[in-house]
Design a protein around this ligand. Sequence first.
Ligand SMILES: NC(=O)c1ccc[n+]([C@@H]2O[C@H](COP(=O)([O-])OP(=O)(O)OC[C@H]3O[C@@H](n4cnc5c(N)ncnc54)[C@H](O)[C@@H]3O)[C@@H](O)[C@H]2O)c1
Ligand SMILES: [Zn+2]
Length: 379
Amino acid sequence: MSAPLRQGELAEATVVPVALGERAYDIAIGRGLLASLGARIKALRPGAKCAIVTDTTVARHHLAAAEASLTAAGIASARIVVPPGEGSKSYATFQQVCEQIIAARIERGDLIVALGGGVIGDLAGFAAASVRRGLDYVQVPTTLLAQVDSSVGGKTGIDSPLGKNLIGAFHQPILVVADTALLDTLPKRDFRAGYAEVAKYGLLGDAAFFAWLELNWQDLFAGGPAREHAIAVCCRGKASIVARDERETGERALLNLGHTFGHALEAAAGFSGRLLHGEAISLGMALAFDFSARKGLIAAAEAERAEAHLAAVGLPTHLKDNPGGTPGVDRLMDLIAQDKKVKRGALTFILVRGIGQAFVESDVDPAEVRAFLTDKLSA
Ligand SMILES: NC(=O)c1ccc[n+]([C@@H]2O[C@H](COP(=O)([O-])OP(=O)(O)OC[C@H]3O[C@@H](n4cnc5c(N)ncnc54)[C@H](O)[C@@H]3O)[C@@H](O)[C@H]2O)c1
Ligand SMILES: [Zn+2]
């Protein structure tokens, strides 16, 4: 467990800057950093009040420590606690969170603190973007997925009954505090699913990092120094892509490696706990590598190496192992076509020319995808 910090002390942190001009901010990463949250906020926004938005599960584990850190820095805070799970990215919960922020008299100059996984980050970030036309907010990600992905880059939002993440805004936080010790309470399955996004950074653009992960993933899972290092590498990777393409007009799309196939599988499982997002992305990345090999873009052995690592950590890589259950090819093709990355009949996929060499291919023939999936489903 992390050593408690004295009041106001700033824990040893790795700081990754996100270079976005006047919207620039820091990601502080390290074991035990939650104790420094209050001091960090006070340094950025002296005199600000906070509303902490969290879910009941995270509250049970980490809310008291977050509140204690704010109190120690002399910061008044309110708590807004919602049920855990994707269901809270709804109009109804969004409304409740906004009303509670207003009732807590959080005004311009005050802060929202998103304490939780990607659900809380997206929900609280969107409430921050909306209440009083925009309040500043701080991300305190508590899942591996949130520490390497959703807390960085400013995409916020909720789900529509017609589809995931359809209502939202770009709204950058003013600070991200990623305390890697908070992941010690995360269920193993959620941790492993988040790891798919860690591997994604290596697979899409950093072959050396992927090779490092092949050697060091066990220490990362165990909470050793590899965990901080890996999270910092991922945040640096995402921060540099976001700094060059904040609103996803180009390069940011590479972060969607494995996500076209993955989203279709998630939708088929009804976005339920049967198939976690990271599990779907593991399956999707294995398919993207396989499809790239079939197109002759990458050697089969290289695709197998990518897949072997995902399998080694216990992630699913074969459609027959999909815990959500895989539908037939017609349904899969329908779901792929509904994905947002479709333009005039052609499909857009992130494909690879090697480990660490992803690129956007916006002219994929649906018939080729269908033939590929038909083969995979009969394998
Ligand atoms: N904004 C973005 O750029 C972005 C990127 C990727 C994903 N997302 C979104 O993120 C969401 C998924 O995020 P997630 O996987 O973090 O899910 P989540 O927030 O639902 O967290 C997963 C589960 O773990 C619990 N939990 C969280 N932290 C814990 C801890 N430290 N200890 C014990 N339990 C803990 C939660 O209560 C929840 O039940 C999706 O809604 C997805 O759309 C957003
Ligand atoms: Zn993802």
